[in-house]
Design a protein around this ligand. Structure first.
Ligand SMILES: [Zn+2]
Ligand SMILES: [Zn+2]
Length: 390
């Protein structure tokens, strides 16, 4: 069976590489990935998938399925295809979506022997839009027993967590006054904002190593000769677990409240939950790593200092056993969201990693569908960890 799956993906090599290049050449930002969604679903349909578009009310989300003997178990391979504003496919999502389609083609080739369902889920807007969160809430993951995807990187690693995140918007309102003639009559909203940044800078010493607080000023006043009556900023607060991220968020809000009191400005703030932390399923990750190693991609040693962001796959992994492995497309120090990463996502090495990821995903999905003991072990691990967290 392994050979049939691998051979089917090899046979589709030209088609998959061409698709990865086309998506790369036509970057579309979150929720606007219309061309990518069209090209991906057309390819899946050509290879026998039944496709539903506009899933969970999202125009560019899709669900493609091939059904074997039964509906369950069902394993989903996730496709991301959004680009970043201005810089394009600097996160390599063109490789993620084509690997997911490739894995789908591998599984479709053995559909006569599939005990359950193989699903390719098109999940829009990973870069800040949280397409997977909306799809989870909209029931798009109902009836799925395990979910997986791959992400390109500078290293190869099967199981790795991510950071939980929160978004915080703050707005200070003061009182405008002539900055030279009557500054004593003003209340300086920008002072409150600057004090907030300073207080956060001091707070950083008293938080855990995994915490991250980063923000930008989105409005700081109209002119230097007017005491600003309004100042606004946006922050992201992250940590290795959601509970600690929330605790740090509260302390950041206290920094802003203190600044409001000190300056006399009034504070309004809005908190939006970002993404949950990834809970990697070790049982699934080990199986994926074994397949990937046989394909010539041994895992790299974990870095001394983990460098992590956040992803909406975190939310999926808290709901369903999941993996979000990384496969190297460039040197170890390849930084994400850069021109160098964008070039790596179009390179020969990038295409090779995409095809290997497609094969390892398909083989792992097949194992989960065909081996009830493996799926039971995956579930046991997931439920055991959930019980410990609760
Ligand atoms: Zn990214
Ligand atoms: Zn990404």
């Amino acid at each position: 069976m392994r050979d049939r799956i691998v051979a089917a993906i090899d046979a589709a090599r030209t088609e998959l590489v061409e698709l990865a290049r086309r998506v790369h050449a036509n970057p579309e930002i979150g929720f606007q990935e219309r061309q990518a969604a069209t090209w991906l679903t057309e390819t899946l349909e050509r290879h026998g998938f039944a496709v539903e578009r506009g899933v969970a009310g999202l125009e560019t989300a899709f669900r493609a399925e091939v059904r074997g003997a039964r509906d369950r178990p069902a394993v989903a391979v996730l496709a991301e295809y959004d680009a970043l504003p201005e810089i394009g496919h600097a996160c390599g999502h063109n490789l993620i979506c084509t690997a997911a389609v490739g894995a789908g083609l591998g599984l479709a080739a053995v559909r006569d022997a599939l005990p359950g369902r193989a699903v390719v889920l098109g999940t829009p807007a990973e870069e800040g839009g949280g397409g997977k969160v909306i799809m989870l809430q909209g029931g798009a993951f109902d009836g799925i027993d395990a979910a997986m995807m791959f992400h390109p990187a500078g290293y190869t690693m099967a199981g790795r967590p991510s950071l939980a995140s929160y978004r915080l918007q703050v707005k200070f309102t003061g009182k405008a006054a002539h900055a030279a003639a009557a500054p004593d009559e003003g209340i300086n909203a920008l002072d409150a904002l600057i004090q907030t940044f300073v207080a956060i800078g001091l707070l950083r010493q008293q938080v855990r190593d995994d915490a991250r607080i980063h923000g930008i000023v989105t409005y700081g006043g109209a002119a230097p000769n007017i005491i600003p009556d309004r100042a606004e900023a946006v922050f992201t607060v992250r940590a290795a677990d959601g509970a600690y991220a929330l605790e740090v968020l509260h302390r950041v809000v206290h920094c802003a409240q203190g600044a409001a009191q000190a300056t006399g400005a009034t504070l309004e703030h809005v908190v939006r939950k970002g993404y949950d932390a990834i809970k990697p399923n070790r049982t699934m990750a080990d199986r994926f790593a074994r397949h990937l190693e046989r394909l010539g991609y041994p895992p790299d040693a974990p870095p001394d200092r983990p460098r992590m962001g956040s992803t909406d796959m975190g939310d999926v992994s808290q709901a369903i056993p999941s993996i979000h492995p990384y496969v190297a497309i460039g040197p170890k120090d390849l930084p994400g969201h850069t021109v160098a990463f964008r070039e790596a996502a179009l390179s020969e090495r990038g295409m090779g990693a995409m095809l290997a990821a497609a094969k390892a995903l398909a083989l792992t999905a097949y194992d989960l569908l065909a081996d009830p003991e493996l799926l039971a072990a995956v579930r046991r691990e997931f439920e055991g960890e959930s019980a410990r967290v609760a």
